[in-house]
Write a protein that binds this ligand. Structure first.
Ligand SMILES: Cc1cc2nc3c(=O)[nH]c(=O)nc-3n(C[C@H](O)[C@H](O)[C@H](O)COP(=O)(O)OP(=O)(O)OC[C@H]3O[C@@H](n4cnc5c(N)ncnc54)[C@H](O)[C@@H]3O)c2cc1C
Length: 257
């Protein structure tokens, strides 16, 4: 769905998905493939409890979730040839810093992934300079310690910029910023419907991995398939691609072939 928001997955009475309801009306279809985050979809897009299978709101609330991310995008007026396309910056007390996202905190000295695509693609910066995408792992919205309001954002962006000044070629980063925006866990939840604003969906813990992860189909509903982060086989681009391959093969080998 590009310009329309999926509102509900609709079913026939005989346990079959027959289409979806969107912001512009009802779309009938032979089958439905849902790429929205599984816990979000089951909680919000399936209204009838029967079709949720074991995934009641209570069960979803008890499951384990991955962290979220805070992403800052910067347009800089200065070129920084010292940067590579992919850069990893390790802050002080790296282990504590990485664990902070799972205790509801933001580390004092954040470690950062710094992506600088303009190093190999100058068309991204028409008037010269550099564009950066900075990523920090942060707690998901199930942790209530951070409210992600404007004050929290200001504190966090300042903390990140201060940390960046430790990198020799970025000491003067602040005075070179032409453009700045960010994507917070709240944006992940409201713009992308990620359950609890997570970046990677359900945690791949032992009891939520492989066969124990939600399957691509609920036993209560035929013709409804799920792909993505939170279903089998797991999170991350390569596994998500695998999940869509599995679903595509399943559909092709079914009566729709
Ligand atoms: C900052 C960041 C960095 C990452 N880095 C890496 C990395 O380096 N390597 C890696 O392997 N993985 C990485 N990941 C994880 C990877 O991006 C995800 O695992 C993957 O994108 C999940 O794919 P998906 O199809 O499940 O979900 P998405 O890519 O989120 O796609 C789901 C789509 O469904 C749409 N949608 C949701 N609800 C509705 C609705 N009701 N109606 C219509 N559309 C809807 C959403 O808007 C979204 O476009 C990263 C994630 C983040 C956030």
């Amino acid at each position: 769905m590009q310009d329309t928001e999926l509102k509900i997955i609709a079913f026939f009475l005989n346990n079959k998905a027959i289409g979806v309801k969107t912001s512009t009306g009802i779309e009938k279809s032979d089958l439905v493939v849902c790429n929205a985050d599984f816990p979000y979809a089951v909680k919000n897009l399936i209204k009838d409890k029967y079709y949720k299978d074991e995934y009641t709101d209570e069960k979803l609330a008890k499951m384990k979730y991955t962290c979220s991310t805070f992403t800052m995008n910067l347009g800089l007026k200065k070129e920084i040839p010292e940067l590579a396309v992919h850069n990893i910056y390790l802050g002080k007390k790296f282990k504590e810093g990485i664990e902070a996202a799972f205790t509801g905190a933001v580390p004092e000295n954040p470690s950062l992934y710094i992506y600088c695509p303009s190093r190999i693609d100058r068309s991204m910066v028409k008037n010269g300079g550099e564009c950066l995408n900075l990523m920090l792992r942060v707690p998901n919205l199930l942790f209530k310690e951070i409210s992600w309001n404007n004050t929290d954002m200001e504190l966090l962006t300042n903390k990140i910029l201060k940390e960046l000044e430790n990198i020799p070629c970025l000491e003067d980063i602040e005075e070179n910023i032409l453009y700045k925006n960010y994507v917070s866990p709240l944006d992940m939840e409201s713009k992308f419907n990620a359950y609890a604003g997570t970046a990677f969906g359900l945690s791949p813990t032992l009891t939520q991995t492989n066969y124990f992860r939600p399957h691509y189909r609920l036993s209560s509903a035929d013709n409804l398939y799920f792909v993505g982060n939170s279903v089998h086989p797991g999170p991350g681009i390569s596994l998500v691609l695998n999940s869509s391959k599995i679903v595509a093969e399943e559909i092709l080998s079914s009566k729709f072939h």
